[in-house]
Design a binder for this molecule. Sequence first.
Ligand SMILES: O=C(O)CCC(=O)C(=O)O
Ligand SMILES: [Fe+2]
Length: 482
Amino acid sequence: MPASRFYDKVLSWHEDSVTPVANPLLAFTLIKRLQSDWRNVVHSLEASENIQVLKDGYEKVEQDLPAFEDLEGAARALMRLQDVYMLNVKGLARGVFQRVTGSAVTDLYNPRRLFSLTADDCFQVGKVAYDMGDYYHAITWLEEAVSLFRGSYGEWNTEDEASLEDALDHLAFAYFQAGNVSRALSLSREFLRYSPDNKRMARNVLKYERLLTEHPKRMVAEAVIQRPNVPHLQTRETYEGLCQTLGSQPTHYQIPTLYCSLETNSSPYLLLQPVRKEVIHLEPYVVLYHDFVSDLEAQKIRELADPWLQRSVVASGEKQLQVDYRISKSAWLKDTVDPMLVTLDHRIAALTGLDVQAPYAEYLQVVNYGIGGHYEPHFDHATSPSSPLYRMKSGNRVATLMIYLSAVEAGGATAFIYANFSMPVVKNAALFWWNLHRSGEGDDDTLHAGCPVLLGDKWVANKWIHEHGQEFRRPCSSRPED
Ligand SMILES: O=C(O)CCC(=O)C(=O)O
Ligand SMILES: [Fe+2]
């Protein structure tokens, strides 16, 4: 019986998956299974004697299951990964992560186990794009759906929402919208072979034929379908190149001023336990402190924050908003939550020489990025006088110290757009940089981003240090270049 075949399939997905959400393909299918596959199984016509029990059980948990919005988010995350890492959709559907540029194919990650996508999975991703009018992504995913449905024609899965006909129908229309009428025509004709009585499709075929006779050029000159442009991101190419670590990474051999040292900063605290400091970049000044926290501390911080995590917001004018360009969950941890956080503050103060007591620094912000989670290029400091950052009345964010609380399997680097380098996630290390010049003016060269997580679960913690309280620790200067 198909429903039990679905059950067996679900069981096999869960075999040996300790962290099921580390793989974006598995994460998508998990959400899809909870959001629509089970519903399709439960509401299928395959009424057997136990169906009432199954239905009752389903209704009990229904409101806690992921909503369509979650499925949509997961589909968009897959498309984001596809774009930023130039992933090939055919490869993704087979469970492999390959970057394809021209004829060159690079393996970005070799998963231990392949999780392939079904035709219906690809259809759902394509449909999300289609419903947003994004025919560029719709076409790549629906092409894959059509090709997989063709290969398994006649085999019907109870959990599936769509069929070959649905996929052909959507793909044909997507091509038509994108200006490729000849492809729309051939797919519509294929559709009619399976459903010859469909009047709407018959009308479409006539329309496409007419268009092609009237404008025969469209037959040959197939429109090049462009990826939708995201207007707020002028730096997209650089950003994506850096996420793929195609930027000019600093090499210590070429730049002798970049060095590694054991930092004691004349602090008694650090004399006992010096921290290995690596200068990553000079202007802006960015350093990495290795093993800034221990595995246990990192774990503890993640655990303390976990129950408080909420979808991250950003400052927009005077308001705080949820936006597509920052997708993560975050929580603020007050020092009083655990003595370990006080120890951490002392370590930050000792290393940076800055005062991190309230109100001169913000609470620790813990951030968790799921699959495809990201933070597009931004500044940490306020760029407008009405920013909510000034509510603390301790000036702007003079410096950032960001701790990597986890490793990731692939993706998730921190990219400095204008400085043209990216920092891969180094578990337990902390990245420090100045956001402001000594004059107090924002340093535009600190524009940075958290690249989408390709595989894994990325955690970071931010300590934002404000201007006030640092007057004697970082004296100001009127030279803007300082
Ligand atoms: O996650 C990252 O690598 C960067 C995060 C970041 O820039 C921020 O939270 O402000
Ligand atoms: Fe940032």
